[in-house]
Each structure stands twice: as structure tokens, then as C-alpha cells.
Design a protein around this ligand. Sequence first.
Ligand code: SF4
Length: 248
Amino acid sequence: MNDRKPELVCPAGGLPALKAAVDNGADAVYVGFRDDTNARNFSGLNFGPEDTARGIEYAHRAGKKALLAINTYPQAHNWSVWTTAVDRAAVLGIDAVIMADPGLLRYAASHHPDLRLHLSVQASATTYKALEFYHQQFGIQRAVLPRVLSLQQLWHTIVNSPVEIEVFGYGSLCVMVEGRCALSSYITGRSPNASGGCSPAESVRWEETALGRESRLNGVLIDRHGLNEAAGYPTLCKGRYYTDAQPY
Ligand code: SF4
């Protein structure tokens, strides 16, 4: 039985959030750049280079760690955007980079051998055998396990893991197995895996019609709500559709 106190790692969508986390008990904070390299690439959030430097300094001054997620998957035409992000993270003195793409892990391990590597939840590694692979190939020192694992599956992975394990205490309501949902890209051209955003806001339209309040993604009808019906953000998985004239 290991009674070591767990480390509390908190996400920060901006500098004020980072400071609040550091001031209120986080042992480490993790942030992401304000671009496609970050799987939480939401409008109005995240960090530019200057914010990142200030955030790292703030965390370090308080004796806390600062981690950076570069956890989307580069595409064939934009590989250098991701390697530039890794280079920038190394120069800024980040404590660890959280990554998913094997090519990028290889790049970081060979170009920045002192940079600590964590495997992102976006890598969707669900077994200790997968963790052994990433550890042997790239030297990862920690893995973030997918939220979809049961407590029993988590325990089995943790006791056999060659690396530290991080698990979510609290996660969003997205139902995908991390790193494996491309639904949004079929309609908007953007998905969490390649550009960090599902059903991005610029593709969303709401319209009051005689039939109800309609939500569309890139012009495609996702849902129609009655007058007093609560309407959530229109992601593809949460739409309501008809199959064989039956609502689904
Ligand atoms: S479509 Fe749904 S399950 Fe897929 S990434 Fe978006 S919110 Fe998650």
C-alpha cells in the first residue's frame, strides 16, 4: 500500500486562473498555448509566450511546478508549428511537456533530452503495456490515463505501470474516448485532435424559427428546441437526429 500524498495538478485557462490555482493549494498547474497545439484551444483562453513565461515564474516562485500541454496531433502540412511549440516550451523552462503524438515525442526526446515528458490523455493509452511502450521508446516519466477507465482498470494499470500516473478528479462531459473522436471535423473541418476544438464557435449558428430554436453547425441542423426547452452547446454528439423517421 502506497500512502504517499498525491500531487494536485490543476488546469489553468489563463494567468488569473494559474495564480488562483497556485495560491489555493495546487502542487502543479498545466497550461496550453493559444493555438492548434493545445487540445483545449478555446476562444479567449490560454497562453501566449509572455503569459507562459510569467505563469512559470509565478508557479516556481511559490515552489510549484508548471506543465504545458502540446497534445494535439500535427498534420502532414504543419509539423513545424508543433516542433516550434516544443522548442519554445524547452526554452521557457517548463517542468514537463504533456504530449500525445509519437512523432512529436520522438522529436522532443531527441532535441531536448532534459525535457521531462508526460503522456497526454489524448494518447488514449489504456493499458500498462502501452505505457511500457511509450516509456521505452520516448522516456516518458508520467502518463495521464483516459477518463473512461473504471476504478478497477485504473488500479490494474497503476500497479503495473513503469511510470507515474495522473488521473482526472474532474473532467468535462465530452463522451469520447480521448484522442479518438473526429466527428467535429466531418462538418467543421476542425476537431479536438488536430486543432484543439470540437464544434468551434465560429461554425455555430442559432436561429428562432416557427418550428423552434434551431442550432446549426456549418449550416447543418444539429437540434431543434421547443420554447421552454433547455438548449446546450451544439456539438455533433449531442444533437438529435432522425433515423427511419424516428427521433434518435
Ligand atoms: S463530438 Fe462530442 S464526443 Fe466528440 S469531441 Fe465533440 S463533444 Fe466530445
